[in-house]
Design a protein around this ligand. Structure first.
Ligand code: ADP
Length: 538
């Protein structure tokens, strides 16, 4: 800054003054209509060729609005006539600058511009800092009446009020932007919570119309986002059922109950059946939504969880208990009958009769102990209390002793063939249990299969043992479930006894040995159940 005046034009409080100016964020900002109007008005009132409104920082005068100055925007503070008004901090009038020694070296006064008259009113902040000026300029000397001075000061006051308003507006906008940003961020957070929730969330209006469904709700209900607005919670597309499968009347639906009573409903389990007849069980919490001001009910929010697996497990357990009771009761009844017979006939029993009754009792007991053994094994497996004690043995030795009970019964021929020299390192007792399971199943489910073949095949790293029957085979839709716990391919008629545990236990034993188990089967032709064990490499 070069100073053309022969006095110090910087007021003592200039640092604070510039700080006050900075608060208004107005330096170097584009033209604004409110300020343009004020200078226009000043020009018209005072009939001067030039009027302008400026703000002065440490270095320069910035002309925010002007008439008669063309596109002039900045003046170095050292040459700025307004710097004198800033210094005086009051209305400053120079009637003829050419005669004022303060302007002796001033280029605007003694140069081509030919400035003569200047009147500048300060723009003062409420805390007393002069941050700018509203000025009138003429190239002719002029005088100013007291009345003119009052008007110019009043106009400067209006200009300052505009500056304050402008700042308040900026702050308000910034606040609004910050609030909007916060709202946006919080909305986004809420959205991502809703999107990643394992629970379905659905919002309905008073008519029960869906207005929102989160991703999980869409997944559970099989909805696309565009479907939502066309659907109701009691839509015909979803048949609402009670858990026992009977239709759930609309009035009993948890969402209807909540909308009717205005009270929340917790943990209600219902089933939804889609148009393909597929059933999904859900547990719903329904809560009312009330207008925060009037307290009036405006709709409701339903959160629900897919509990199909839980429900299926429960059903499976119930079915299992019913099957298990039946299965256990059969040998107990038969044992009871044999013992009653023994009791009744104890005085005149032939040795033949006695043997028969004892054999019958033993058979029932064996059956009972087999069932209980399976139950205990399954329990041990599910609790991880299953240990294996491996030894080395060849398949030939192992199979020679295997399945004596079937051989003794004489109904089936057990034909063993293949690589009998193959050696494995396994828990012989458990492998025997697997083989007996497979052979017993063949006996049970393929009674007409006279020959049951046990085939041993040496593979590069494993031994494959297959039990082959020529029975009825198994239909393909049952295959994926055969090795599941409690699965019985056809238990409805209870034609064959069993708990549905044999193949499950076998699979667990084989997998624990690092082997695989499977079946190849063809309806009407027979089944080959096989398992592999890692080959013992000598
Ligand atoms: P369980 O014999 O107690 O029912 P398993 O787990 O041993 O239980 O067998 C599961 C189901 O697999 C049986 O219910 C039966 O329907 C089917 N299955 C097993 N082995 C055979 C076979 N050799 N032929 C036909 N079906 C079989």
């Amino acid at each position: 800054m070069k100073n053309v005046f022969n006095i110090n034009i910087i007021p003592d409080n200039d640092v604070e003054r510039v700080k006050a100016l900075d608060r208004y964020c107005i330096m170097n900002t584009p033209k604004e209509a409110a300020f343009d109007s004020i200078v226009e008005l000043a020009k018209v009132i005072f009939r001067t060729p030039i009027a302008h409104l400026s703000f002065l920082n440490k270095e320069e005068e910035y002309i925010k609005a002007s008439v008669g100055l063309g596109d002039m925007l900045r003046v170095d503070r050292g040459e700025s006539v307004c710097a004198i008004t800033i210094l005086n901090s009051e209305l400053t009038v120079i009637e003829n600058a050419a005669e004022d020694p303060l302007f002796d070296n001033h280029p605007y006064v003694h140069g081509p511009f030919g400035l003569r008259f200047y009147a500048g009113a300060p723009l003062k902040t409420s805390d007393g800092y002069t941050i700018g000026t509203l000025c009138l300029v003429d190239t002719q000397p002029r005088t100013v009446s007291e009345h003119d001075k009052e008007i110019l000061l009043a106009l400067a006051k209006v200009a300052m009020e505009q500056t304050e308003l402008r700042l308040a507006n900026i702050q308000e906008t910034e606040k609004q932007v910050a609030i909007n940003d916060k709202l946006g961020a919080s909305e986004q957070r809420l959205q991502s919570i809703l999107d990643t929730m394992a629970e379905g969330v659905g919002i309905v209006n008073l008519e029960g119309q869906m207005v929102y469904a989160n991703s999980m709700a869409q997944r559970i209900l099989g909805l696309t986002e565009s479907d939502i607005i066309e659907r109701k919670f009691d839509d015909l597309k979803w048949q609402n059922l009670r858990v026992d499968g009977t239709p759930l009347p609309k009035d009993d639906h948890p969402m209807t109950v909540m909308l009717r009573t205005g009270l929340p409903v917790y943990d209600q389990e219902i089933a939804i059946q889609n148009d393909k007849g597929e059933r999904t069980y859900i547990s719903i919490n329904a809560a009312p939504i009330n207008d925060p001001v009037t307290g009036q009910l405006t709709g409701g929010i339903g959160t629900f969880m897919d509990v199909t697996n839980r429900r299926k497990l429960l059903q499976q357990k119930e079915e299992f208990i019913s099957i298990a009771s039946h299965e256990l009761k059969t040998p107990v009844t038969s044992l009871k009958a044999s013992l009653q017979m023994l009791e009744r006939m104890k005085d005149d029993l032939t040795i033949d009769r006695l043997n028969k009754l004892v054999a019958q009792s033993n058979k029932s007991l064996m059956k009972l102990s087999g069932l209980i053994g399976d139950l205990l094994d399954a329990n041990r497996i599910s609790h991880g209390q299953w240990q294996i004690h491996k030894i080395r043995f060849t398949m030939g030795d192992f199979l020679a002793d295997c399945c004596q009970h079937v051989r003794t019964a004489g109904k089936h021929n057990i034909i063993v063939n293949g690589d009998l020299d193959a050696e494995v390192y396994a828990d012989q007792q458990q492998i025997d249990q697997v083989l007996v399971n497979l052979v017993n199943n063949a006996v049970k489910y393929a009674p007409e299969s006279k020959d049951l073949v046990i085939q041993v095949e040496k593979l590069p790293a494993d031994v494959k043992i297959s039990v082959i029957d020529t029975g009825p085979g198994i239909s393909p839709d049952k295959l994926p479930h055969l090795f599941e716990r409690y699965y019985r391919a056809d238990y409805s008629g209870l034609q064959f006894s069993g708990l549905g545990l044999g193949l499950y236990i076998s699979k667990e034993i084989i997998q624990k040995h690092g082997g695989q188990i499977g079946v190849e089967t063809e309806l009407g032709k027979g089944s080959t159940f096989w398992f592999t064990l890692p080959l013992h490499q000598a």
